[in-house]
Structure formats: structure tokens, C-alpha cells
Write a new protein. Structure first.
Length: 256
């Protein structure tokens, strides 16, 4: 074989080697770019999911607050119990019921600890409907449980709920098992103590109404006749400093 042919073959091999090397380099470059793009999309999805999770944490707090306040107000309007059944003596009105706080001269108000339990049970029963009513960027929200405690203090109520929820969106998921706390300025305690004082005064002087005491109260107190021997007391706390947290407590009284 002549030198010219050998040189030609060498040149062909060199060109083929260069082409192969270039193809290998291009392969890894494109693969690297694809991987970076994939990782970038995954990171963006994870960041977006984390932001959605933060929003859902806020929603949980909002639901706790709303359900707790609703439960407290419903309890107040019905004289303590949220579900009035045969276990309680109550007055049947057109669209509502009011439990007796004083029945034939004997105080029958639900205790504060029992009212706390009623409100906690209301939160547990209604929370799921609240949290699942929200739609956040196609995040799948799966409610798995709640256990609430309520603490009534002077001028405020504390809600504490242990909540279990699963969140899932595309390739991202998280399991929440956390205690959430809320505090609202509703003065069930003060209103309740006023109701007890009214009942004590009634039982000390059956058939008489201490108008001076009622007028001097820090709360607005109304008395509505129901029957000759029965009245309904309504104690309103307008809560001027936090008007969105107004509160009313009603109870029936039969002293004869």
C-alpha cells in the first residue's frame, strides 16, 4: 500500500474519532441539561408545595378560630348545651331551644367545664367540613383526625387542637401531626358568673326582680316573659373593644 493511501486512511480514522468524541460530548451535554431542567422543575414544584403548605397551616388556624367561636356562640344562645335532648330541661321556641338555668328554685346551669367540653366536641365535629371546603392549587387534603380542648378564662377562651392531615400534590406529600392553638377575647366566664348571680338573687327572693342589679351590670341584660311562671334571661356582651367577638347567653328561669 502506498504512503498516500496510508495517509488517507489515517485521516479518515482521525475524522471518525473526532466525530465520535463530539457526539459523546454532545450526548453528555444534552443529558446534563435535561437533568438540570428536570431538577429545576422538581425544585420549583417542591417550593410551590411548601408555599401551599404554609397557606394550609393558616387555613387550619382560621378554621379553628371560626369553629370555636361558632361553638361558643351556639352554646350561649342555648344556655350552655349545644345539643339539647332529653338529658336537659329546656324551653322550646319557634326556631330554637333554651336550656333552663334555674328550674323550680334550683340552679341547673351546665358547669363551665361541661360547656368547655361541648365547644370542644363542636370543633371536632365541624372542623373537617371547614378545612375540606378550601381549594389550594390542586393540593389533595386528607383529614385524618382532631382532638380539641377548650379552656374558658376571664375575658378569653383558649382552643387547643391536635390535628392530623395529609397533603399531596404531584410528587410532593407531607403528613401534619401538630398542636394548634387559638385565643379569642370572648368573655364566657364573666357572663356565666353574672347568670349565676341572677339565679342566686332569684332564689333568695322568689317572685321579685332586682332591676337595680340588672341595670348596674357591665353587660346588657334583658328579661323576656315566656309564661306566667317562666322567664328567659338574655345577657349580652357587646365587647366594644373587639366587636367581632360579641357574645350572648340565654337561659330559662322557673322559680315556682
Amino acid at each position: 500500500m502506498s504512503d498516500r493511501n496510508k495517509k488517507g486512511q489515517v485521516t479518515v480514522f482521525i475524522i471518525l474519532a473526532i466525530v465520535i468524541i463530539v457526539m459523546i460530548i454532545l450526548f453528555f451535554v444534552f443529558k446534563s441539561q435535561s437533568l438540570k431542567s428536570l431538577l429545576s422543575k422538581k425544585n420549583q414544584g417542591q417550593i410551590a408545595f411548601e408555599k401551599d403548605t404554609e397557606v394550609i397551616h393558616s387555613m387550619i388556624q382560621e378554621c379553628m378560630n371560626a369553629m370555636g367561636v361558632d361553638g361558643a356562640r351556639l352554646s350561649g344562645l342555648q344556655g350552655g348545651p349545644i345539643i339539647l335532648n332529653e338529658n336537659y330541661r329546656y324551653i322550646e321556641l319557634n326556631s330554637s331551644k333554651v336550656a333552663y338555668g334555674n328550674y323550680r328554685g334550683s340552679e341547673s346551669l351546665l358547669s363551665l367545664s361541661d360547656i368547655e367540653g361541648q365547644i370542644a366536641e363542636y370543633i371536632d365535629l365541624t372542623f373537617q367540613f371547614c378545612i375540606e371546603s378550601f381549594e389550594i392549587n390542586n393540593v389533595n387534603i386528607e383529614f385524618q383526625g382532631i382532638d380539641s380542648k377548650v379552656n374558658i378564662k376571664p375575658k378569653q377562651i383558649n382552643f387547643n387542637s391536635k390535628i392530623k392531615i395529609s397533603l399531596e400534590k404531584e410528587d410532593n406529600s407531607i403528613y401534619i401531626n401538630k398542636n394548634y392553638e387559638e385565643e379569642v377575647p370572648i368573655d364566657i366566664y364573666g357572663v356565666y358568673e353574672t347568670a349565676k348571680e341572677i339565679i342566686d338573687k332569684e332564689n333568695e327572693n322568689p317572685g321579685s326582680l332586682d332591676l337595680t342589679y340588672l341595670a348596674s351590670s357591665e353587660y346588657q341584660i334583658s328579661v323576656v316573659p315566656y309564661r306566667d311562671d317562666t322567664m328567659i334571661y338574655i345577657i349580652n356582651d357587646e365587647n366594644e373593644e373587639n366587636s367581632e367577638y360579641y357574645y350572648s347567653f340565654r337561659f330559662g328561669s322557673n322559680v315556682r
